[in-house]
Design a protein. Structure first.
Length: 91
């Protein structure tokens, strides 16, 4: 993922790392015979964290598109239609 906003990239990476930690907690709970409530709660947290990271990635790409509508300074040539499809895959 290329972005012209290092703060956005940092925030996205933090979300993904948090999701990875939550997924590790799900795995530990399953391996350790955790309660259904504990596993599902952690799994919901992982899902939410991944969704938020995905939306942040797409919104950052949209901001980059607005800042550079002709795409001359973007590393990945993503069209508005592709962004829309990506967004809908998360919805």
């Amino acid at each position: 993922m290329s972005t012209s906003d290092p703060d956005a990239q940092r925030r996205i990476l933090n979300r993904l790392r948090r999701a990875r930690g939550q997924l590790n907690a799900v795995i530990d709970a399953v391996e350790g015979g955790g309660s259904c409530r504990e596993v599902v709660t952690q799994l919901a947290a992982v899902s939410s964290a991944l969704d938020r990271a995905g939306f942040a990635i797409i919104s950052t790409a949209m901001k980059d598109c607005i800042a550079d509508p002709d795409g001359t300074n973007r590393a990945d040539d993503i069209t508005t239609e592709e962004l829309e499809k990506l967004f809908l895959t998360l919805a």
